[in-house]
Design a protein around this ligand. Structure first.
Ligand code: SF4
Length: 697
């Protein structure tokens, strides 16, 4: 198994076990077999295994050709003492060969072995420093988190074997165990905390096989490789430089105002009533979209897809044109689409639909187009007056003819949808209902009943539904009851519920106005308890008001991940935190806190998530499966992205945010007046932030 540079793996106790690091035990043996390629020349110092914080671990200094073992103990007064030993091991013995490092401790002496030969011993019966207690043991690094970059000893290695015993054994016994010549003895089973023999069975997929347990586990990489994307891009470009399957296979229909778009990047456009009168599929196969398809098939780039052209022209990254065309709901249809007539109707495979803007919430960053509560407020008080523009006015909506139909009104777009749906239903891969609040729309219940009553159910359908989970109890119970029937009758392939939360407690209720945080989590708990196969995804729109309580939200999510873990869910985790950062309105962006907070916030969250992750985490005693508890690499990466943005903003001129800060201040004043909320009572952490803005104006 390859441990990539700067991506060490770590050993964590399993849920329910004491979180104390193994090295705090009074006796243990750690044995690691690995090789480092001769081409590995990234650093002067490499780390094999260790613990972050105060250095504990075994590493190699390439410049001095010395193997190092170091650790910190407490002296009799509790002061930290650094212990450090070096051993001569020549360069040619380290690189390009399989080697084994074994470290044992018997309560009074550390013994270190290189290729099962004794290198040296350190007598020590002082306790280790407390900094090690709750840290995991890393493989592929030592001291990864050191503030001093030069002290971060990382490496890239192929690991063959890793085991930990709760005691010491003669090195020859360890050798027979590591080399798999004697593994049957009860001797080992009693004291063995974990053993991993790694082999990469599939090349790119990195499935790991645990020989000892005879099980496969942990799929490390996504099956989509960069090479796969390159191939898809070439195929698309052979048809046309702007050819994208999503223009055919994907749709988001905003039935509440009669607009549609293929993916989320192009602005939604209005479909005329004349079009749907003769062709209900015009909700997707509109004249405007067909024109874009024509351009795509004729080697042109439709201007509405400028998002992708920007990415393709200004970076080396793949655009969403490539990613979306690679999806399992796109790629298999390449031939039929590339040979199709641009004017022909096509049934999409990935469908999102919003029936109504009826909603019981009016989140600060949402607006009247998607929330009837917002519409009421704007009708009553008008738009928010900010320095250079009106926020959430409905003038533009009226100009674009995209004002939502009221719930009580007859909506011809919804009627067309139902005309088309029996046919559409059979060909869909993914169907997601969005809103407004879908549970307040009668059409959502009609969809559920349609699935329940269908004579020919589409059992391959991936079905998902958005909900703020803040509706009355009877609707939550009705949802559980209907989904339970759908699941028990095996009528769909999977069901995922998407909800939203951007912070913890009252700090999250301020922006998601209408939400009761406790109630939201009671409902999440209830659904996960009653529907043991369903996964809930919390979509988090990280904004300036999220920062001070996000850590508590992360911990709450982790708590429920553990509580509701079972191996039978459609997705690997019971609860997923999907963090994206708020771009619009830009005056609510967390980027405004540049200079006010430090990146330590993000570092703490990332550290917690990493140490409680499924990725790169090995467990004592039990084999980890892909369904294991913890944060996934995607969940962690999305939070890491916040940190990256925050760090890169250090080079951005402060004046970039001046106008946005003024807008935020103006917005908050009007928001407080209309909704009776006091920002500083809820966010005392922002007191001097708002005072600064006041002083600057
Ligand atoms: S080209 Fe890009 S913007 Fe256009 S439909 Fe495809 S993914 Fe969306």
């Amino acid at each position: 198994m390859k441990i990539e540079y700067e991506q060490p793996w770590f050993l964590n106790p399993k849920i329910g076990q004491s979180s104390a690091n193994i090295i705090m035990n009074s006796s243990y043996t750690i044995s690691l077999s690995f090789s480092i390629g001769e081409d590995y020349k990234k650093d002067d110092k490499v780390g094999f295994f260790g613990v972050p914080g105060k250095n504990f671990g075994v590493s190699y200094d390439c410049t001095k050709q010395l193997l190092l073992f170091e650790f910190w103990t407490k002296d009799y007064e509790g002061n930290p003492v650094f212990n450090h030993q070096t051993y001569e091991v020549y360069f040619e013995n380290i690189f390009g060969k399989e080697i084994n490092i074994t470290l044992s401790y018997n309560g009074s002496e550390y013994r270190i072995f290189f290729n099962f030969k004794h290198l040296g011993s350190i007598k020590c019966d002082y306790p280790l420093v407390d900094d090690y207690i709750n840290e995991p043991l890393y493989i592929g690094c030592q001291n990864i988190d050191s503030v001093n970059v030069d002290h971060r000893k990382l490496t890239e290695m192929d690991v063959f074997h890793f085991s930990v015993f709760e005691t010491t054994f003669p090195i020859n016994l360890i050798k027979t165990f590591v080399n798999q010549t004697n593994r049957d003895s009860e001797l080992f089973d009693d004291t063995l905390l974990c053993v991993f023999d790694f082999e990469d069975k599939t090349g790119s997929e990195h499935i790991i096989h645990d020989e000892y347990k005879k099980k496969y586990f942990l799929k490390k990489k996504n099956t989509s490789s960069a090479q796969g994307f390159e191939d898809v891009k070439n195929k698309l470009d052979n048809v046309g430089c702007g050819f994208c399957l999503a223009k055919w296979t994907q749709v988001t229909m905003h039935l509440h105002n009669g607009t549609t778009h293929s993916c989320h990047h192009p602005e939604p456009h209005k479909v005329s009533l004349d079009e749907i009168a003769t062709n209900p599929t015009a909700l997707h196969n509109s004249k405007i979209k067909k024109q874009a398809r024509k351009e795509m098939l004729e080697n042109e780039r439709p201007s509405e897809c400028s998002y992708c052209w920007n990415v393709e022209d200004n970076s080396n990254s793949f655009s969403d044109r490539v990613f979306k065309s690679s999806e399992p709901w796109s790629e298999p249809f390449f031939d039929e689409i590339s040979k199709s007539d641009w004017d022909a109707d096509y049934n999409p495979k990935y469908v999102e639909v919003s029936f109504s803007n009826t909603c019981n919430f009016k989140c600060a960053y949402c607006g009247p187009e998607y929330s009837s509560k917002w519409m009421e407020e704007i009708n009553d008080y008008g738009p928010y007056q900010l320095s250079t523009f009106e926020y959430n006015g409905i003038k533009r909506m009226e100009e674009r003819d995209s004002k939502p139909y009221k719930n009580s009104e007859n909506n011809p777009y919804v009627e067309s949808f139902w005309e088309w749906f029996p046919d559409l239903y059979q060909s869909m891969d993914t169907f997601r209902i969005t809103g407004g609040e879908p549970l307040l729309s009668k059409d959502t219940w009609k969809v559920l009943d349609f699935i329940l009553e269908s004579k020919e159910p589409n059992r391959n359908l991936k079905f998902s539904i958005n909900s703020n989970l803040g509706v009355p109890d009877n609707l939550i119970d009705k949802l559980i009851e209907k989904l339970d029937k759908i699941i028990n009758q095996n009528l769909v392939k999977e069901i995922i519920i998407f909800t939203s939360c951007d912070g913890y407690g009252i700090q999250s209720e301020y922006t998601r106005y209408g939400m009761n945080f406790e109630k939201l989590f009671q409902n999440i708990d209830k659904i996960l308890g009653k529907l043991p196969t369903v996964t809930i995804v919390i979509m988090s729109t990280f904004n300036i008001f999220s920062v001070f309580s996000y850590e508590s939200l992360i911990k709450k999510v982790y708590e429920l991940k553990i509580k509701h873990y079972n191996p039978d869910r459609y997705w690997s985790s019971a609860l997923i935190l999907d963090t994206s950062y708020l771009r619009q309105p830009s005056f609510m962006s967390f980027r405004l806190l540049k200079g006010y907070i430090s990146e330590e916030y993000f570092d703490r969250w990332i550290k917690f998530m990493k140490f409680n992750s499924t990725y790169r985490s090995l467990n004592f005693l039990q084999v980890q499966t892909v369904t294991d508890v913890g944060f996934s690499i995607q969940e962690i990466e999305k939070v890491s992205r916040l940190r990256d943005i925050f760090i890169s903003d250090k080079n951005v001129d402060d004046s970039t945010f001046t106008q946005h800060k003024e807008d935020l201040n103006n917005f908050v004043k009007q928001y407080e007046k209309r909704r009776g909320l006091k920002v500083l009572e809820i966010y005392p952490e922002m007191k001097s932030f708002f005072e600064q803005i006041e002083n600057e104006n």
